[in-house]
Design a protein around this ligand. Structure first.
Ligand SMILES: [Mg+2]
Length: 265
C-alpha cells in the first residue's frame, strides 16, 4: 500500500505556496493524497500556530515539522506515546545569542519579531492576525538576511555555540545545531518506527538542503524566476529533480508523476 511506504515531506513557503501563499494549483493533488491516506508532512520555517491553520483548512492530520526543524507536532499520541518533540534550544534560549553574534561579526542582526507590523507586511505580505501567528516563535529566531560576507562568518561562529544559521526564501533563521529539517525527519522516522519509509522531499531554498539530502526522491521547486542557485549543481548531476513548473503547479505535477510511478512500480 502506497500509504504505508511513502511520506511526502514538503516545505511550504516558495515550494507548495507562491509568494502570495497561493496553493490553488495543488488543491486537486492535495485532496487525492489526503484521500489515499498518504502522510503529507509539512516541514517549514513557519510556526506551529501557522501550520495548524494550514492543516485545518485542508483537513490534514499528519505530523508536521516547524521552525526549520526545531520541533515536531501532531504525532498520534495513542500510537506513539507523545504528541510533540523538540529537537533543540527554545526561542528564549536562542535569542540572546543573536545579540552576541551581532557583536562578534560587527553587523546588526535584526530579529523578525521586533519589526513593526507594517514592516512585516512589506517583507512577507502577512497581515493582522497572520502576523501574530508568524511571530509566535518557540524554537527559532528569524532575522533579516545579513550581508553575504557576514553570513559565512556567522555560520562559522554559530557552530562554536552549538547553533546554526539557515536561509529561507525571505529570512535567515538562528536555530540549535541539533535542529534542522533533515534531523527532524530522522527523528520522526524513529518515533514512528519507520526507518525504511521512502521520503519524497520538496523544497526551494537553502534551508531545505538537509530535507532534500535526506529524502529518497528530492525535488527542487523553482520560483517563476527559476530554481535557487544553491541547488544548480545537484539538479545538473541528477541528484535532485527540478519540478517542471513554479510553486504549487510544479509541486503538483512532480508529486503526481512520482506517486504514479510508485503505484506502477
Ligand atoms: Mg521555502
Amino acid at each position: 500500500m502506497l500509504k504505508d511506504s511513502i511520506w511526502i515531506v514538503t516545505d511550504l513557503d516558495g515550494t507548495l505556496m507562491d509568494h502570495n501563499y497561493d496553493i490553488e494549483p495543488a488543491i486537486k493533488t492535495l485532496k487525492w493524497i489526503i484521500k489515499e491516506g498518504i502522510n503529507l508532512i509539512p516541514c517549514t520555517s513557519k510556526t506551529a500556530a501557522e501550520v495548524e491553520n494550514f492543516r485545518s483548512k485542508l483537513g490534514l492530520s499528519s505530523p508536521y515539522i516547524v521552525e526549520n526543524g526545531g520541533a515536531i507536532y501532531g504525532i498520534n499520541k495513542d500510537l506513539y506515546g507523545i504528541s510533540e518533540y523538540a529537537l533543540g534550544k527554545t526561542h528564549d534560549e536562542l535569542k540572546p545569542f543573536l545579540i552576541k553574534l551581532s557583536k562578534q561579526i560587527g553587523e546588526e542582526l535584526f530579529p523578525f519579531e521586533d519589526l513593526s507590523h507594517s514592516e512585516i507586511t512589506r517583507l512577507t505580505g502577512l497581515k493582522g492576525a497572520e502576523i501574530e501567528l508568524a511571530v509566535a516563535r518557540l524554537w527559532s529566531v528569524p532575522f533579516l538576511n545579513p550581508s553575504k560576507n557576514a553570513l559565512k562568518e556567522l555560520q562559522k561562529i554559530s557552530l562554536i555555540y552549538g547553533l546554526d544559521v539557515v536561509q529561507g526564501n525571505r529570512m535567515s533563521h538562528l536555530i540549535d545545531k541539533r535542529s534542522g529539517k533533515g534531523q527532524a525527519i530522522n527523528k520522526l522516522k524513529g518515533i514512528m518506527k519507520k526507518p525504511n519509509i521512502k521520503v519524497i522531499g520538496l523544497g526551494d531554498s537553502p534551508n531545505d538542503r538537509s530535507l532534500l539530502e535526506i529524502a529518497n526522491i528530492s525535488i527542487v521547486v523553482p520560483s517563476p524566476q527559476g530554481p535557487n542557485n544553491c541547488f544548480v549543481k545537484e539538479i545538473k548531476s541528477g541528484k535532485f529533480i527540478l519540478a517542471p513548473a513554479p510553486n504549487a503547479e510544479g509541486w503538483s505535477q512532480s508529486v503526481e508523476m512520482i506517486l504514479r510511478q510508485q503505484l506502477v512500480g
